[in-house]
Design a protein around this ligand. Structure first.
Ligand code: CU
Length: 67
């Protein structure tokens, strides 16, 4: 398992949390949004999901991955 914490812009409420965490679950990873620090902590298996895929998944929900 790999762990990464991404800085994400545009998350503001519980709806954002549900969208992002749900989308990450759909690609087989586990995300935890922290609205206070604008970050998403993601746990994933890099044999099945790439970091690029994770970033794309978050951006597809309408948010900007800063780092
Ligand atoms: Cu929201």
């Amino acid at each position: 398992m790999q762990n990464v914490t991404l800085k994400v812009e545009g998350m503001s409420c519980n709806h954002c949390v549900v969208s992002i965490e749900g989308a990450l679950r759909e690609i087989g990873s586990k995300g935890k949004v922290d609205l206070a620090s604008d970050t998403v902590a993601v746990e994933y298996n890099d044999a099945t999901v790439s970091l690029d895929q994770i970033k794309e998944t978050i951006e597809d929900q309408g948010y900007d991955v800063i780092s």
